[in-house]
Design a binder for this molecule. Sequence first.
Ligand SMILES: *[C@@H]1O[C@H](CO)[C@@H](O)[C@H](O)[C@H]1NC(C)=O
Ligand SMILES: *[C@@H]1O[C@H](CO)[C@@H](O)[C@H](O)[C@H]1NC(C)=O
Ligand SMILES: *[C@@H]1O[C@H](CO)[C@@H](O)[C@H](O)[C@H]1NC(C)=O
Ligand SMILES: *[C@@H]1O[C@H](CO)[C@@H](O)[C@H](O)[C@H]1NC(C)=O
Length: 527
Amino acid sequence: MGKIVLVFVSLLALVQVLAVDAVDRVKIWPMPESVSHGHGSLYMNKDFELKTEGSKYNDASGILKDGFSRLLHVLQVAHVVDGNSSGADTSLLLQGLHVVVLSPDDELQYGIDESYKLSVPASGKPVFAYIEAQTVYGALHGLQTFSQLCQFNFKTSVIEVPMVPWTVIDQPRFSFRGLLIDTSRHYLPLPVIKNVIDSMAYAKLNVMHWHIVDTQSFPLEIPSFPKLWDGAYSISEQYTFADAAEIVSYAQRRGINVLAEIDVPGHALSWGIGYPSLWPSKDCQEPLDVSNEFTFKVIDGILSDFSKVFKFRFVHLGGDEVNTSCWRVTPHVRKWLTKHRMNESQAYQYFVLRAQNIALSHGYEIVNWEETFNNFGNKLSRKTVVHNWLGGGVAKLVVEAGLRCIVSNQDKWYLDHLDTTWQQFYMNEPLTNITNPEQQKLVIGGEVCMWGEHIDGSDIEQTIWPRAAAAAERLWTSYNKLAKDPRQVTGRLAHFRCLLNQRGVAAAPLAGPGRVAPEEPGSCYSQ
Ligand SMILES: *[C@@H]1O[C@H](CO)[C@@H](O)[C@H](O)[C@H]1NC(C)=O
Ligand SMILES: *[C@@H]1O[C@H](CO)[C@@H](O)[C@H](O)[C@H]1NC(C)=O
Ligand SMILES: *[C@@H]1O[C@H](CO)[C@@H](O)[C@H](O)[C@H]1NC(C)=O
Ligand SMILES: *[C@@H]1O[C@H](CO)[C@@H](O)[C@H](O)[C@H]1NC(C)=O
């Protein structure tokens, strides 16, 4: 009896999915700027090849070649591709991808051109799909889109590209599309971080904000101050400096920048495990001792080391949730404040601005959490990007003040808020109430935040996905192509979520609030 009911429910679900499918056949996520398709089909040749004739980019670093290998891997990982297409009409056999990259340069940096054009003809002799991009990173986005056009054909056991011919013209709406990971609250092993990076590339996110250290632990080796990582949880939960370089390089080869953060002067208690003089006192350990020159020497050493591996234009200096009561109650700090005629809030400002100057001296522009702006916005370096998190309406004030902004309002874009739904993630609009085009340009993008208090390597993927994907479309897709009602994209997002599962990413179901487990038996597409 139970089974019959279940079958019936599943059938209903299937009918629903098919109905949605009929009106929404383009399953690409995030939705490109422009897409057109036909009704033919091509079959991928067994020796599907990469061709780069006419490219000004020589791929000495192998970024494109590796991207192509990963494309083949994600296409082949789902099923055994052992069909014999040698009897097929050769004009329908897709021989490979012809990729033309116009810029010889493959430096990954904020604001690079990420656009691409992808076309797949209906037939030809021989027939090649074609990607043209200004940069190799735009071409990588083109490969991601191409991968989403393909599907395994169960009759012939080969990979098929249905609905040819395809023409896709695409570019991102925002140049900063971030995901925060937090390796202080829980250590994340390298393979976990690399899996997150791979999955980010599937959704065309392009900044991994690495909140490396915080109150609870200091896992990263800092060559200039080798006792800092005494603050790690354990001897195994650490990153060598070479590990950090490896993460940066792994991300860069996938078109993803790494934004490194030290969150000062609050959120830094763990620094004092190795260097107790960074604490105001043994009994009052946070924020960092503002009165001690050594504090700024350490920040200088860290940022000097950072500048050797974290090549992104920005470094994040935190600056949020600073509780200055330790400065008030610690005699030597209080004495210093009096001597310098500063009250606690002036000392907070002094600390943040001094840290900013150190970052500038190492060639960085700065990201700071919004409290710095809320307290002394007109004193911040003009090279500051204000990182919103407390709530809505901040971006508007920031850009009116002429500074740049990243949007991460916690009520909508904090992944650790487990009851925030994917629909809320999707509908969170960074330019809300900002109408002046010059001010709109100052909102450089947004970021979803996977704070680590309650997640670790065991459940990070299903907490990030699929909700981060909803935000990824908001950040990638041009405003007029975004759904006004998230119900319009449910089927397509479910498809992307199942695609992530097929690629080995533990993305959670869509149905229900926030991160959920599957509620009942049924097709992936209806969960
Ligand atoms: C594929 O099919 C052709 C005939 O259509 C046959 O000659 C060839 O041996 C087959 N190859 C394989 C690997 O099965
Ligand atoms: C600030 O820290 C002190 C102890 O260091 C604590 O007693 C106080 O409650 C904190 N204030 C806030 C607003 O969290
Ligand atoms: C600190 O001093 C400034 C400048 O005199 C003043 O505006 C501010 O209200 C003071 N803050 C506190 C918390 O006393
Ligand atoms: C946008 O403006 C409206 C009307 O002033 C206001 O109610 C709303 O809270 C604002 N939204 C944000 C996110 O600032």
